[in-house]
Structure formats: C-alpha cells, structure tokens
Design a protein around this ligand. Structure first.
Ligand code: SF4
Length: 310
C-alpha cells in the first residue's frame, strides 16, 4: 500500500467484507469494429491478435465457466479465499446485441465466488441500450467499465487508427457518469510524436473529468502487429525506463486524488513483446515510481493543489 497515490488495491480493501480481490481475464468471444470491417480490418496499430488482452483462460477462449475454473485452479494455492472479478478484456466487450452481452456477463457472475465485473470496451460501442444494461450491474460490490482512450490528441488517434474522435469518448463518458457507471480510462505514455507536455495534457483532460480510475501504459511493440512493421520502416524513439518513470510521476502529481490508479506499468505478454524490454521488470519500474515520488516528496494531485493555491 502506498501513501503517495490511491491504488485500486487500497480501494478494494475497503469494499464491504474486505478480503483479497483477484481479476480473472476472460475472453467473451467478442470482436471489435476496428477488426471486423465495420470501421477497419487492421485494428489499432499496436493491437495484437488477441485484441489487446493479456491472458484469458487457457488461451483458446472456450466457455466462460471453463475459463474461470482454469484460472481459479491456477490461483487457488496463492489466494485460497479470494473474491473474484470477471474481467472481460479482449477486444470490445460491449460490441454485440444487448441480449448476448447480458447472457455473457451473467454467465460469469453465476460462477462461484465471482462477485465483481469489469468490462473493457470502446466508447463508440456503448449505445443507450448498453448503458441501460450496464446500469443493472451497479449494485455489484465491484463494477467498472474500461475505455481505451490512450490520448486526447486527434493526430495521435489517427496514427493509432483508433477510429473515433476524442469528442466521442467525452460524450460516452458523460453518459456513463450520469448513469452512475464507474469508468476506468486507459492512457499510453510515449506515443510517437507526443512530448511529455502532450501526454500531460491527456492526463489533465482525464483528471478534470474525475473518472473512477485510470490505467497508465507504456507503448508496447508486440510481434505480429502493424506497429512492429511500422517502427522498422519509420523508426521512432521509445521511452527509456527513467523517462517513463519520470512521466508517470508527473502524471500522478497532476491526477485528482479521488481517482483510483489501476495500473502504472504492465509487464507485457512475454512471448509477444519486442520492445521495450525493460517493461518486463514490472517490480523494478513500480519501485522506481515509488522512490521517485518519495524523492520529490510528491503525492497524487499535489501539482493540482499547488496550482490552485497560487
Ligand atoms: S479497440 Fe481494442 S480490440 Fe479494437 S483494434 Fe483497438 S486495441 Fe484492438
């Protein structure tokens, strides 16, 4: 537990009943408009074949109950009394008819010890009917929807082939917020053509909207992605570890203290990662972020508070 930022684990410890919460990454069998041809067939430039999912059961999808059973078996020794969050991670997990979405989410929630639900998706895949469905899960002890914004800058959105403008994110975010649905926003540091200031503008934009949470990522180059080809054809500098740590600390200093931080770095899919290799040492990156915040005597939001005070 850090006293310098509001980590999701700190939030989860205070959920009724306490205990250890563990996320199970699931593949609901959905696709994405950026993959099935509705918008594009190539996907976002960094998206891997698994649809930006890290780990979903035994890797070949399968029934939700089987994916859950498989992961629980792996985790049972380490966390014998865990409370589980069904995390629909791969592709766009609201991109299907509402009845099918409900069936899929409910099939996970029907499994023993599954008490929470997290759904990763795109803002252009959330119709009013989907909002109405999502609202019905607000009574769960743990529930949120994740939106992969990555950057507020339209030029970057075009480069990554995101397929929607930032205003679409804003409209959907407002709808979800009005419906009382907690939202977690993903942001990427080190996107080509983006300076530290550009990244911090995205952080400030998100902070002002006070979502339930944020996830920070380093741009990963994965095997088989268009990014892997593009970085060879048109090389650009990926952030080094020291710069990444410094940018994330800058971001934390500018993040509203009410926002939970779900991720400050990922360790990437080992078999798929091409670069940067330093992200594989997740523990070291996290320690360096803590140490840097301590050396700066910084806490989450301290720069907002200072700016407001002057
Ligand atoms: S929105 Fe997500 S799943 Fe769809 S192409 Fe982009 S990264 Fe992949």
């Amino acid at each position: 537990m850090s006293t310098r930022f509001y980590g999701i684990s700190d939030y989860l410890k205070r959920v009724d009943g306490g205990g250890k919460w563990v996320k199970l990454a699931l593949d609901g069998g959905f696709t994405c408009p950026n993959r099935d041809g509705a918008l594009d067939t190539r996907g976002c430039i960094f998206c891997s074949e698994s649809g930006s999912g890290e780990f979903a059961g035994d890797g070949d999808g399968g029934r939700i109950s089987e994916q859950i059973a498989f992961q629980k078996t792996l985790l049972a020794e380490k966390w014998p009394n865990a409370r589980y969050i069904a995390y629909f991670q791969n592709f766009s997990n609201t991109y299907a008819p509402v009845a099918s979405l409900k069936r899929t989410y409910d099939s996970a929630l029907a499994e023993k010890d599954i008490e929470g639900l997290a759904i990763a998706t795109r803002p252009d895949c959330i119709s009013d009917a989907v909002v109405a469905l999502l609202k019905t899960y607000r009574s769960l002890p743990v529930f949120w929807v994740e939106l992969g914004l990555q950057s507020i800058h339209e030029k970057t959105g075009e480069w990554m082939r995101r397929g929607y403008e930032t205003r679409v994110f804003d409209e959907t975010f407002d709808k979800l917020k009005q419906a009382g649905i907690p939202v977690v926003v993903h942001l990427i540091a080190g996107l080509p053509g983006e300076s530290r200031e550009d990244f911090l503008e995205s952080v400030a934009f998100v902070s002002e909207r006070v979502p339930f949470g944020v996830k920070f990522h380093m741009l990963n180059v994965l095997k088989g992605t268009d990014l892997a080809e593009s970085i060879v054809a048109e090389p650009f500098q990926l952030l080094d570890e020291t710069t990444y740590v410094s940018w994330i600390c800058d971001a934390i200093e500018r993040l509203n203290p009410a926002i939970t931080i779900h991720r400050m770095t990922g360790d990437g899919a080992k078999d798929e990662l091409i670069a940067p290799l330093w992200i594989q040492n997740k523990r070291r990156v996290l320690n360096d972020i803590e140490k840097t915040l301590k050396a700066r005597d910084s806490v989450q939001g301290c720069k907002i508070l200072k700016d407001e005070a002057t």
